[in-house]
Design a protein around this ligand. Structure first.
Ligand code: PMV
Ligand code: MG
Length: 363
């Protein structure tokens, strides 16, 4: 049996703009994981999730192709990852095997709390990583990213795929998304193998090193975000036609570049200043597009952090979930945390997950 894990993430800066090809974002991987184990089986395969036990589903093969006994199971990302990976396996003339897939995610529990740390991306990455170990295919990180991104895109169809990058590379990263139209077109006339070995236009992932005095605080608003997200998407697509949107993109580009420069130059103040600037930009996006990013609870979280000299903003799509604070490591944060608590905002005690070399995917 092989077991692999992949971390969840939080966006630090550049949200929404990052969905456009070539626009930068900063993302961090956190020490909460999705685990996927694969063990070889004989006549049939199965998917079992600790969090969704009632949805246990098994499959058999027909001329190599996987046929599920229960077609409306909720394991879309896992199945998509398996399909992409098996196409790759067949292109490389590797013999298909049957196997049981066992999933356990600390990021997603239907009964427990939802923090919005990117469970579907982590599950997709962990599945590809486990298959890579199981079939001993020696993928590089970049290939792992590309396979997981394709699998994720096949299900979700939109998004920047930054959560996949954070889950693959770990630590702090700067991420620019690839040209999805190019990839979609390339998929029609290239094999997966060829696609994995091509440069994907605009894609750029680089690791960042955080200034030594930088501390990240995560405030959870205790309300999950998602129900309104569909509506938000419609609203956003309308306002994308506006001049305001172009202005937002340009300013986000400059702002996130300054944050990245802050990381490179170990310039804590530059990072702080531009985190606050990014908050303003997202507020303006929210105003002209009509989508709610900063809920009253998130606003409260940010104002309290500001009072104690932290630079703060929403994280990811907003509308609930978590906000982030960048603060000097040496500041006393107990009063800040207490004030959060008085306002039903919970400090999430998560650490940044840096990949260790051992047992990690090559490169
Ligand atoms: O809410 P999250 O953590 O899933 O982040 C969404 C970030 C967006 O930029 C709004 C969308 C995306 O896919 O990048
Ligand atoms: Mg979110």
């Amino acid at each position: 049996m092989v077991t692999e894990k992949a971390p969840g993430k939080l966006y630090i800066a550049g949200e929404y703009a990052v969905v456009e090809k070539g626009y930068p974002s900063i993302i961090v991987a956190l020490d909460r994981f999705a685990y996927v184990s694969i063990s070889e089986s004989e006549n049939y395969g199965s998917i079992f999730s600790k969090q969704y036990q009632e949805n246990y589903t098994s499959w058999t093969r027909n001329n190599g192709e996987i046929i599920f006994n229960n077609r409306d199971n909720p394991f879309h990302y896992i199945i998509s990852a398996i399909k992409i990976f098996e196409t790759f396996i067949q292109e490389n003339q590797i013999k298909l095997k049957n196997y049981h897939v066992h999933v356990n995610s600390e990021l997603d529990s239907p009964s427990g709390k939802k923090y919005g740390l990117g469970s579907s991306a982590a599950v997709t990455v962990a599945t590809i990583k486990a298959l890579n170990s199981f079939y001993q295919t020696n993928l590089t990180k970049e290939q792992l990213f590309k396979l997981a991104a394709l699998a994720h895109l096949d299900v979700q169809r939109n998004g920047s795929l930054g959560d996949i990058a954070a889950s693959v590379y770990g630590g702090w990263i700067s991420y620019k998304s690839f040209d999805k139209e190019w990839v979609n077109a390339a998929r029609r006339n290239m094999t997966i193998n060829e696609l994995l070995n091509q440069n994907w236009p605009n894609l750029n992932i680089s690791k960042l090193k955080a200034p030594t005095n930088l501390k990240l605080l995560i405030g959870w608003t205790q309300s999950p975000s998602s129900t309104s997200k569909l509506v938000d998407k419609v609203e956003l697509s309308k306002s994308k036609k506006s001049d305001d949107y172009q202005k937002f993109l340009k300013e986000s580009f400059n702002c996130v570049n300054q944050i990245q420069k802050g990381f490179e130059l170990n310039d804590f103040d530059l990072i702080m200043k531009n985190i606050s600037k990014n908050r303003q930009l997202l507020t303006s996006l929210s105003k002209f597009s009509g989508i709610e990013i900063e809920t009253p609870k998130l606003k409260k979280m940010i104002e309290i952090a500001n009072k104690y000299n932290g630079a703060a903003k929403t994280s990811g799509a907003g509308g609930g979930d978590c906000g982030i604070v960048i603060i000097d490591k040496n500041s006393l944060i107990s009063d800040l945390i207490n004030e959060w608590q008085d306002n039903d905002i919970e400090l999430l005690n998560l650490k940044i997950h840096n990949l260790k070399q051992k047992n990690e995917v090559n490169k």
